[in-house]
Design a protein around this ligand. Structure first.
Ligand code: SF4
Length: 203
């Protein structure tokens, strides 16, 4: 077992995660320090892909345009303002440091399998230490990690179950560059998924 699986509590995990440079040591390029957000009493754990360039600067997850869109989506669940979003959610990710931009400065690099292997033990231990009753995945990489083999089209709007028995609700990535919400049938899937989140977390 990776030694991170033996970290005794969330405070110890976050203390160890904040200065992590494992990728640098392994020769994998990262362009920020790790982004860490949330406490053990969160109402839900939200798992994203990786920080973007804005998050790399201020070390706050979902602080750019994609975060604003995500909060709009989650407003019916009472998570539309920053205080509720950051206060009620434990915000994790498959990869915790910004992987950088693609050549030419366009979209963000998708984290490589090597980077995911290096980083994901942090997430696995967080899922054990934060006992929130609901897990939300955002985007395909988070879904692949939490529910291997399940397609985003099949997951959004359905209720999945994690190996530990907790419900998992999947959302697409809220990036404006994502074509997914505009493809046939997906708007209905997304609206169904957001209603399900609101039923569990809403006022
Ligand atoms: S991406 Fe993860 S494993 Fe790599 S340096 Fe950042 S926190 Fe550490």
């Amino acid at each position: 077992m990776d030694e991170r699986g033996r970290i005794p509590d969330l405070d110890a995990l976050q203390r160890a995660l904040r200065p992590c440079r494992r990728c640098v040591v392994a020769g994998i390029r990262v362009e920020s320090m790790p982004v860490v957000s949330g406490g053990r009493d969160a109402d839900a754990i939200l798992v994203g892909q990786a920080p973007g360039i804005r998050e790399a600067e201020n070390l706050t997850p979902f602080s750019g345009p994609a975060g604003r869109r995500l909060r709009e989506w989650l407003a019916p669940a009472g998570l539309g303002d920053e205080e509720s979003f950051y206060g009620r959610l434990y915000i994790a990710a498959v990869v915790r440091c910004f992987p950088g931009k693609r050549p030419g400065g366009g979209s963000d690099i998708r984290p490589s399998p090597a980077m995911v292997r290096e980083c994901v033990p942090w997430l696995r231990r967080e899922l054990e230490l934060v006992r929130a009753p609901l897990v939300l995945s955002v985007g395909t990489l988070a879904l692949e990690e939490l529910a291997p083999g399940v397609r985003l089209d099949d997951a959004v709007g359905a209720e999945l179950t994690l190996a530990d028995g907790r419900p998992l609700l999947a959302l697409p990535h809220p990036s404006g560059a994502s074509p997914w919400p505009h493809l046939p049938g997906n708007r209905d899937r997304l609206e169904r998924a957001l209603r399900m989140v609101a039923e569990r977390l809403g006022p």
